[in-house]
Design a protein around this ligand. Structure first.
Ligand code: FAD
Ligand code: UDP
Length: 404
C-alpha cells in the first residue's frame, strides 16, 4: 500500500500508542518493530519533507541515484542487523574502496602494504613492512595513535609519513582540529592495515540496497499501524513539563496536544535542541555537498577519493560505483566540512565526541532520566559517532525492551 502519511493538525493523540521522532534507521526500525511486534499504533514525526534520515537517496536531474546527506555504504559484523535490513530489499554486493589523492598519486586507504610500496618504493617498503609485521603481526590493524607511540626509528618514519600525508590535513578539514585534538576513537576508525586488502571495511556483511535506501525505508514504514507526519518539528508536537522551574529539574511529563502522553516516545533528534539549548548548544560538525554531473562513464578510479594533502573539500564520491548504476553520465559529490553554527539552515551531521562534550551531553540526558517512557536513540539523540548498523542494532534492542 505504501507509507501512510498524515498531517499533524489532523491527528488525535488518543489514536496512538507510541510516538517516534525521526525517520532514519533509529526511528524507522523502532517504529516498525513497535507496530509489527508490539501491535502498537505508532505516530512518526519527521521534520524533513521525506523519510529515511541521512540515508535518503533519489535520482538527480541526470537520472543518477545520489545520496543527499553523504555517501552511505552498509557494512557490519552484526548478523541480526543485516538480516533485519534484508527483509526490506534485495542487496547488491559492494566492497567499498577509497584512494587518497597524494599530490596526484593514489594511495589505498586504510594505508596498507600496497600504499607503502607506492609511497616508499618496493625495496624500502619490503623492509618497513617486515618491521610492521615483526611489531604488530601480519594482517593486523594498528591505529595511527598507536603507531606514533613507537620508539623505533623505522616505525617512526612510517608513522610520520602516514600522519602527515593521510591524517593531518584531512582531519583539520573535517574537524577543524588536529589528529591529536580529536578523540582517538575518530582516527581509529581508519587504522593502518598490515595487509594487501584494499577494501575500506573488512566486515563480514557489506553491500548496498539494490534499488537504493529510500525504497528500503518506504517498505519499512509501510505498515497498517504506522502513520508518518512529514515537515513536522518535534518542538511543534511536544510540550515539556519539569518537576520545578529550576533549569536542572528533570522532566516530569511530555504533553502532546496539551495532554500527557504516557506511551513510549522515541526521540532521535538532537537532545540539546529539544531542551532549547538551556545548557548551551552541543557542538557538531556540518557539511556542504557540491554535486557535478559529467558526460563520462566514470570520473574517479573507485567509489571515493580522499583529498588528504590538497583541496578544501575532504572527499569526492562517485555514486555509480556504490549503486552499480549504468549510464553514459555520472554524478560526483564533493564534501566540505563546516562548523555547525546555524540550526535553522544547517544539519548536525557529526557529534564531536570526547570527554568534555560527553559531560555536556550528560547534563541533557539527566533531564530525561526521570521519565521512563522517553527514549533518546540514535546518532543525534545519543550524541555518538555511530554507523548505520550500530543504530539498527540499538533500535532492535530498544524494541526488545519495549515489546519483548
Ligand atoms: P538520522 O539518519 O540523522 O535520522 C534522524 C532523523 O530525525 C532525520 O530524518 C531528522 O530530520 C529527524 N529529526 C531530527 N530532529 C528532529 C526534530 N526536532 N523533529 C522532527 N524530526 C527530527 N554509516 C554507515 O554505516 N556507513 C556509511 O557509509 C556512513 N556514511 C556516512 C556519511 C556521512 C556524511 C554521515 C554524516 C554519516 C554517515 N554514516 C554512515 C552514519 C549514518 O548516517 C548514521 O549512522 C545514521 O544516519 C543514524 O541514523 P539515525 O536515525 O540515528 O539518524
Ligand atoms: N581520516 C583521515 N584521512 C583519511 C580518512 C580518515 O584523516 O583519509 C580520519 C579523519 O579524522 C576522519 C576519521 O579518520 O574524520 C574517520 O574517517 P571515516 O572515513 O570513518 O569518516 P566518515 O566516513 O565517518 O566521515
Amino acid at each position: 500500500m505504501g507509507v501512510r502519511y498524515c498531517d499533524f493538525k489532523d491527528i488525535d493523540r488518543g489514536d496512538f500508542d507510541a510516538v517516534v521522532v525521526g525517520s532514519g534507521f533509529a526511528g524507522g526500525v523502532v517504529a516498525r518493530e513497535l507496530a509489527e511486534r508490539g501491535g502498537q499504533r505508532v505516530l512518526v514525526i519527521e521534520k524533513r519533507s521525506h523519510i529515511g534520515g541521512n540515508m535518503y537517496d533519489e535520482a538527480d536531474d541526470a537520472g543518477i541515484l545520489v545520496h543527499r546527506y553523504g555517501p552511505h555504504i552498509f557494512h557490519t559484523n552484526d548478523k541480526r542487523a543485516f538480516d533485519y535490513v534484508r527483509r526490506f530489499t534485495e542487496w547488491r554486493d559492494y566492497q567499498h574502496e577509497v584512494l587518497a589523492d597524494w599530490y596526484g598519486t593514489y594511495l589505498p586507504v586504510p594505508f596498507n602494504k600496497n600504499s607503502m610500496e607506492i609511497a616508499f618504493g618496493k625495496e624500502k617498503a619490503a623492509r618497513l613492512t617486515e618491521k610492521l609485521i615483526e611489531t604488530f603481526g601480519d594482517e593486523r590493524k594498528v591505529t595511527i595513535t598507536e603507531l606514533r607511540a613507537q620508539d623505533d626509528p623505522e616505525l617512526s618514519e612510517i608513522a610520520d609519513f602516514i600522519y602527515k600525508n593521510v591524517f593531518l590535513y584531512y582531519t583539520q578539514k573535517q574537524w577543524g582540529l588536529t589528529p591529536e585534538e580529536v578523540d582517538p576513537s575518530v582516527t581509529a576508525r581508519v587504522p593502518v592495515f598490515v595487509s594487501r586488502d584494499n577494501r575500506y571495511f573488512q566486515d563480514a556483511y557489506q553491500g548496498m540496497p539494490a534499488e537504493g535506501y529510500t525504497p528500503l525505508f518506504e517498505r519499512m514504514l509501510d505498515h497498517e499501524n504506522i502513520q508518518v507526519c512529514l515537515d513536522t518539528e518535534a518542538e511543534n508536537v511536544f510540550e515539556l513539563e519539569f518537576e520545578s522551574s529550576d533549569e536542572s529539574a528533570p522532566l516530569s511529563a511530555i504533553l502532546i496536544k496539551s495532554a500527557p502522553f504516557e506511551g513510549p516516545i522515541v526521540y532521535t533528534g538532537p537532545l540539546d535542541e529539544l531542551f532549547l539549548s538551556r545548557f548551551g548548544r552541543l557542538p557538531y560538525r556540518s557539511l556542504d555537498f557540491v554535486y557535478e554531473t559529467h558526460d563520462a562513464e566514470h570520473m574517479l578510479p573507485c567509489g571515493t577519493v580522499n583529498f588528504t594533502v590538497t583541496e578544501d573539500y575532504t572527499r569526492i564520491t562517485e555514486f555509480k560505483y556504490l549503486t552499480g548504476q549504468k549510464s553514459d553520465k555520472t554524478t560526483i559529490m564533493k564534501e566540505y566540512s563546516r562548523s555547525y553554527d546555524d540550526p535553522k539552515r544547517q544539519i548536525p551531521y557529526y557529534a564531536i565526541v570526547g570527554d568534555e562534550n560527553a559531560a555536556h551531553y550528560e547534563r541533557y540526558r539527566e533531564l530525561t532520566k526521570s521519565l521512563p517512557n522517553f527514549h533518546p536513540l540514535g546518532r543525534l539523540a545519543e550524541y555518538r559517532y555511530y554507523n548505520m548498523d550500530v543504530i539498527i542494532g540499538r533500535a532492535l534492542a530498544l524494541a526488545d525492551e519495549l515489546v519483548g
